[in-house]
Design a protein around this ligand. Structure first.
Ligand SMILES: [Zn+2]
Length: 203
């Protein structure tokens, strides 16, 4: 995926020091990584599966599965299997620089993509839908969103709890849903509308 030109840019960014990941010269490298992983994840967050199309209008960022903020995982900053795309909720609000989802940090230092070393569903080394079934149903104005852990999968359960997927679920008859009792005639001033018609007729 990454080529020699990318390697040159990464080399330069590392030599420049400081915040390597946010070095401006890496913009094209990051764009390439992001495009690749958006395609792999089918335009959806690798942890909650909500997608960029339709109602969620999600923004996806590059996600480092092993957080790049830890000195011992820094070297995996550009490792394709350690990267994915996720939403801001899962990435910044929930996961951040946490490491408690790693089974064995010592082993992970040398095996960044071994799925056995992750309590949660690894975006690249596991198949999400082997562990969790993600259900979205829309009927008229009612939406049902549900996550179901498959066959008591430990990874499925961990992912469900860790990313607080319950918060994203919606039952069919949420009070906020259902047919709204707003009639548009309540908010129309017919006198004003009539005045507007007249304006056109006078021209
Ligand atoms: Zn997410």
């Amino acid at each position: 995926m990454l080529n020699k030109d990318d390697l040159l840019l990464i080399t330069q960014a590392i030599e420049n020091g400081g915040d390597i990941w946010n070095n401006e010269i890496l913009r094209p490298v990051k764009a390439k990584i992001k495009e690749y992983h958006r395609s792999v994840q089918d335009e959806s967050c690798c942890y909650c599966r909500r997608d960029t199309t339709g109602e969620f209008n999600m923004v996806l960022d590059i996600e480092h599965v092993l957080p790049k903020g830890h000195s011992y995982f820094k070297k995996y900053m550009f490792t394709i299997c350690n990267l994915s795309v996720s939403c801001k909720r899962c990435n910044l609000k929930i996961k951040g620089q946490k490491t408690d989802f790693i089974v064995d940090i010592e082993s992970a230092k040398n095996n960044p993509c071994d799925n056995h070393l992750f309590h949660f569903i690894h975006p690249n080394s596991d198949n999400y839908y082997d562990h969790i079934k993600y259900i979205v149903e829309i009927e008229n104005e009612c939406r049902v969103i549900k996550y179901m852990v498959i066959n008591s999968s430990a990874k499925g359960k961990y992912t469900y709890d860790f990313f607080r997927l319950k918060e994203l679920e919606r039952e069919a008859m949420d009070k906020s849903q259902g047919v709204k009792n707003v009639k548009i005639s309540d908010s129309i001033d017919f006198d004003i509308e009539s005045d507007i018609y007249k304006l056109f007729m006078e021209r």
